[in-house]
Design a binder for this molecule. Structure first.
Ligand SMILES: Cc1cc2nc3c(=O)[nH]c(=O)nc-3n(C[C@H](O)[C@H](O)[C@H](O)COP(=O)(O)OP(=O)(O)OC[C@H]3O[C@@H](n4cnc5c(N)ncnc54)[C@H](O)[C@@H]3O)c2cc1C
Ligand code: SF4
Length: 316
């Protein structure tokens, strides 16, 4: 690991201002992803700004009946919160399906949204990877590459990685909004739909955050009710990232919403696919995977996603 300096600041705005001011600075929250990447030499921040003592660890009710979740709320605290369990059960289920108990105790709401891809070539510094070293190529797209864990939709010729977060898929189906503070002290509200960027020619640019911008909270709109489910399919029964995951909210009249994990560079949800829910899983997936470009190894994800949703619909 490369040497770095470390600092604690007294407010969210001070954290953002310092991050913009110090070349090579990064925030550290739970450290469960960043420190691993530093040990592997994939990330090499010169300066770490600890955001754990800024009072961003509360879940508060909003004026419009929703909830504002501080960026430092741990995954464990969020999934266990009585209001989340009662009104947003898809979120509790998604978080519980991710990582392990110990990791969830440290992992935070902000850090979870910003965790980086689990593409095996991104983690192997001997391999070309446009996300890690822009312009170096994409090893996952070479002949015979191992791409089973990678994406089928929203990908590009430069990168086919997926976003690995389970929590983000549930937040997407709930129409969450990311709240930030900029280095100049402005508050921005970014719908989760616009937060994670598609790779295009610049897979190294992963989110809509500007340099130094700090996530302060994620807000959930008022509860929408319905039956809420999250199902994650993976190679091992636990402690593995999703091959495919499905977040479903279904109302009594058959209408609802669907978001997918494990298939795209961001939680994958489309209004046109939501509209097909009364027509069944096949109709929803036909929309969600319109224009999909799977590799030979990821082709199975399209069928797997459809069968996972079909199984969830039968559970009703
Ligand atoms: C073995 C293992 C298995 C895992 N399995 C799963 C799984 O199945 N599903 C799943 O969803 N996740 C899984 N995870 C990932 C885990 O959920 C993430 O590592 C964690 O959520 C990241 O949160 P953190 O607070 O530790 O972030 P950190 O590691 O502290 O930070 C991650 C990134 O976010 C930035 N950051 C942190 N907070 C802020 C903020 N407030 N504003 C701006 N930038 C910020 C940091 O600079 C860094 O770039 C796994 C992790 C491990 C190690
Ligand atoms: S898929 Fe993306 S993350 Fe993986 S090697 Fe290619 S560029 Fe890198």
């Amino acid at each position: 690991m490369k040497a770095f300096s470390f600092e604690r600041v007294s407010s969210a705005q001070a954290a953002a201002a310092r991050a913009a001011e110090v070349q090579g600075a990064k925030f550290i929250a739970g450290g469960t992803n960043l420190v691993d990447l530093m040990k592997l030499g994939i990330e090499a921040p010169t300066h770490l700004i600890d955001v754990s003592g800024l009072g961003l660890d509360r879940i508060e009710e909003t004026g419009d009946g929703g909830l504002r979740i501080g960026a430092m709320v741990s995954n464990t605290a969020l999934s266990a919160d009585a209001r989340i369990r009662r009104d947003y059960p898809v979120l509790t289920r998604a978080i519980a399906a991710g990582a392990s108990g110990q990791l969830r105790n440290k992992a935070t709401t902000g850090g979870n949204l910003l965790q980086r891809t689990r593409c095996p070539y991104f983690y192997d510094t001997a391999q070309a990877c446009n996300k890690r070293v822009p312009g170096s190529g994409c090893s996952a797209l070479t002949e015979g590459a191992f791409s089973r864990q990678l994406g089928v939709i929203g990908t590009s010729d430069a990168c086919i990685a997926t976003h690995p977060s389970d929590m983000a898929v549930a937040m997407r189906v709930l129409d969450a909004t990311v709240e930030t503070v900029t280095p100049t002290g402005l508050t921005r509200r970014i719908p989760l739909e616009e937060f994670h960027l598609l790779p295009g020619d610049t897979p190294e640019r992963e989110t809509a955050l500007m340099p130094g911008e700090l996530i302060t909270a994620v807000t959930l709109p008022a509860p929408v009710g319905g039956s809420q489910r999250y199902h994650k399919v993976r190679d091992r029964a636990s402690y593995a990232f999703a091959l495919v995951s499905v977040a479903l909210i279904r109302q009594a009249d058959g209408s609802g919403r669907v978001a997918l994990g494990g298939v795209a560079p961001r939680p994958w949800r489309l209004a046109a696919a939501d509209a097909e829910l009364p027509n069944g899983a096949q109709a929803v997936m036909a929309r969600l995977f319109e224009g999909a470009r799977p590799t030979e190894e990821t082709q199975f994800k399209i069928t797997l996603a459809e069968r996972t949703l079909a199984a969830l619909l039968l559970e009703e």
